[in-house]
Ligand binder design. Structure first.
Ligand SMILES: Cc1cc2nc3c(=O)[nH]c(=O)nc-3n(C[C@H](O)[C@H](O)[C@H](O)COP(=O)(O)OP(=O)(O)OC[C@H]3O[C@@H](n4cnc5c(N)ncnc54)[C@H](O)[C@@H]3O)c2cc1C
Length: 184
């Protein structure tokens, strides 16, 4: 997959994703790195490969992509919890991780405020946090399922056709979701 993203200060960030063994790495020499990338993406449109030619040689990185298995859970531990990527690390293929992390932080803050205002301690406090953890993990799991589907569609030998089909599926699910919200 070859994706570009318009950033601030007139910069465009380009991502090149491919499946490889964990030890796969670009060489430190940027010219050699560009040569290897162009070899790997040799049959892509020439205008896209220009992104490799003009890439800032001080800003080219190899980044392995990790994600937790969908449905990852842990038993509640008194006095400690996890939020954001620490709780539900997923690939960025649904653009949701930062949003989930912020929502987790907001909700956990509200749960803790409630616990404090009600003077809950010990088991009652832990039960409130464990209940919220369950809600957070269920939400994370729902998004992680979508993320895996999108990743598979993007990094697929049939792409971009598989991506287009996936986007169509997401649009129709989005319409269905907003109909449900309107009904509620
Ligand atoms: C390529 C890419 C694109 C993405 N695009 C999107 C997007 O479009 N939309 C979206 O919502 N999400 C996106 N995400 C996901 C998003 O970046 C993460 O889900 C989000 O940053 C998670 O926030 P976090 O605070 O949980 O963890 P992090 O942002 O990872 O923050 C954890 C922090 O803890 C620090 N830390 C780690 N260990 C220690 C230690 N021992 N002591 C002290 N500090 C420590 C780290 O340095 C880091 O600053 C993308 C991710 C990637 C990789």
């Amino acid at each position: 997959m070859f994706g570009t993203q318009r950033n601030g200060n007139g910069r465009v960030r380009a991502y090149l994703w491919h499946r490889a063994p964990l030890e796969w790495k670009l060489p430190n020499d940027p010219k050699e790195a560009k040569r290897i990338l162009k070899e790997l993406y040799f049959d892509w449109a020439p205008w896209m490969l220009k992104f490799i030619d003009i890439a800032d040689e001080q800003a080219m990185y190899t980044r392995p992509l990790f994600f937790l298995p969908v449905g990852h859970r842990w038993e509640h531990k008194p006095g400690v919890t996890l939020i954001g990527d620490a709780a539900h690390l997923m690939s960025p293929f649904s653009g949701s991780g930062a949003n989930l992390a912020m929502l987790d932080g907001l909700e956990l803050g509200l749960v803790l405020a409630d616990v404090v205002s009600k003077g809950l301690e010990g088991e009652a406090r832990e039960a409130a946090i464990a209940e919220w953890e369950e809600k957070m993990l269920t939400r994370g799991e729902e998004v992680a399922v979508k993320t895996v589907k999108s990743l598979e569609a993007c990094l697929h030998p049939g792409a971009p056709r598989t991506m287009i089909e996936r986007f169509k599926e997401m649009v129709s699910q989005g319409k269905e979701g907003s109909r449900q919200v309107q009904q509620e």
